[in-house]
Design a protein around this ligand. Sequence first.
Ligand code: C5P
Length: 231
Amino acid sequence: PASGDLSGLRILVTAGGTREPIDPVRYIGNRSSGKQGVAVALAAADRGAKVVLLSANIDESVLAEARRREGIRIVPVSTTAELERAAIAAATGAEVIVMAAAVADYRVAEVSEAKIRKEDGGAPTISLVENPDILVGLVDERRPGQVIVGFAAETVESEEELLERGRRKLARKGVDLLAVNAVGWGEGFETEENALVVLDGDGQVAARAAGSKRETAERLLDTVLQDLHAI
Ligand code: C5P
């Protein structure tokens, strides 16, 4: 169902989860499947946008449809540093940025050249250093009229807490829209369905969407479109 209401727009979408190597065979990662971000890319392409999809460690089965879709260019990345480089390179050519990827907050301070072995002596201590916040960097370099959307996946006890955490994150990141969703055991990550609350720049609820990740993607893009028109 291509309405074409996003035709002429270039959209950068990041999806999946970054991995930080520990040694040549191990990494620190997260459970993000990339499904929500891929759904945003597919929905945007079907509505006429040109999409660059930065894919962080997404399963081929999840990417399959996007691979076949004209209008989506897939760029594979793995670490946060790779995602940052690719995002900065693609950002200047996009009217809309949707940062759906789960980005590792920390990376390993010294990646071991060789596989760490048990014989090397007991449980290793792994030191971490903070990664740059890619989203904050993109907001700092935002071009006029560009709409930047962040995601916030939170483990929360209540909807109230979800919104409160969302509003704090919104203020910290300076994004135009923040899509907030609850995650946890069996919620959000790795699932087919999602429930999003979209906050606008003032922290007001701009939209609520629940259903398949495709459906929530469509509602999110509706909100982005309203935001673009408002500028
Ligand atoms: O702070 P938190 O990780 O919850 O923020 C989530 C949002 O910020 C997501 O849009 C994510 O892609 C982005 N992010 C980022 N760089 C980081 C951490 C998160 O761009 N280092």
